[in-house]
Design a protein around this ligand. Sequence first.
Ligand SMILES: Cc1ncc(COP(=O)(O)O)c(C=O)c1O
Length: 400
Amino acid sequence: MNTIETEDSLGITFCNRQAVAIERGEGCKVWDEEGREYLDFTSGWGVTCLGHAHPVITAAIYAQAQKIIQNPNSGFTYSPARASLLSALSKVLPVNLSKVYFANSGAEANDAAIKLARKINGKSKIVSTLASFHGRTFNTLSISGGPDNTDQFLPHLDGNSFVPFGDLAALVKDVDEDTAAVILEPIQGEGGVRIPHENYLSAVASVCKEKGVLLIIDEIQTGFCRTGKFFAIEHSKESITPDIMTMGKGIAGGFPFAAFAISDAVDQRLSKGDHGGTFCGNPLACAVATAVVDHLRAENIAEKAKISGELLLRGLKEIAAKFPDFVGNIRGSGLLCAFELGSDEDVMRLSQAALARGLLVTPTRNKIVRLIPPLNVTESEIVDGLYLLESSLASVVPRH
Ligand SMILES: Cc1ncc(COP(=O)(O)O)c(C=O)c1O
């Protein structure tokens, strides 16, 4: 297919196509201004899926930057870089999601998904889950389940509701005649790597279908091999067919970029002009994302993340057994792992101790520490990271 045919068939034509100063990084390691080395088990909030300064990414940036960074009149012209990415994504997306549009951040992708769902259903209520996180725009704050996300910015958008994550009965009760869509993370990331029962997502999908509401799956943190599958919905026992799926973070390995994919049925209810944005689908970001997606597929990074994740989880459990009164609830899916401490203060003390020893971890709400290393982290880096974590824990656990 040539560029125009590819974009016409795969793209959504909304428009008429016209405290430590980290200085550098390589792979799983970063260095501060003084030249001190750290193991990065954060991936910059789960973004740098191929680690830092990966040659595939830097080469894609360089090559595309030499050609063109922003199309003249952005969305009003076709773009070979955008067409290449649409083709690459069509090979990994759930089969029912046939059209893709691009955004610049996860929040922007979710915001658009909510906006479009409201248009399609002519209703306004979005059912979300407690402890969820979907972004920081007004729409996405209003459907993010932590009070610290919403209550300080009142009034937020009215009429949405929240049910406990994993509680199907509560969701069934809450989805009513005013509901436009249900939005769900397949595994809650910012909520603390909360993994639902393997039947939960497919049951939610059935409820949405029965009640005629859209299912928006937020794969922003879990997508692009993070959990050991290309998308986390693939862990579900029965296959899931979301109406809209949002993507971000790892999609371009650290280059700011996001996307959402929609079914044909959703696409048919949308019109040109329903959505847009100056930088959406710019050729530079598209070229980087294409390089990342192709590399993830070619190197079977999902399988590698699964194996590395098992090693990390095993190590975490062994360490936790040495601090039974201090560390608990170890869980993970691929390289999205977490454990719990006694208090948020303990989490901060541990994170500081780890930083002092050269390990970066992600302190998370609700007494949780997240470990999100790059997907190509090596076995010896995992062993080193576990060693640093154990010594950090020993330094903050009272009886040590
Ligand atoms: C599941 C989920 N959705 C949406 C977002 C928001 O993405 P962004 O920070 O790119 O706006 C995040 C960010 O952490 C996330 O984890």
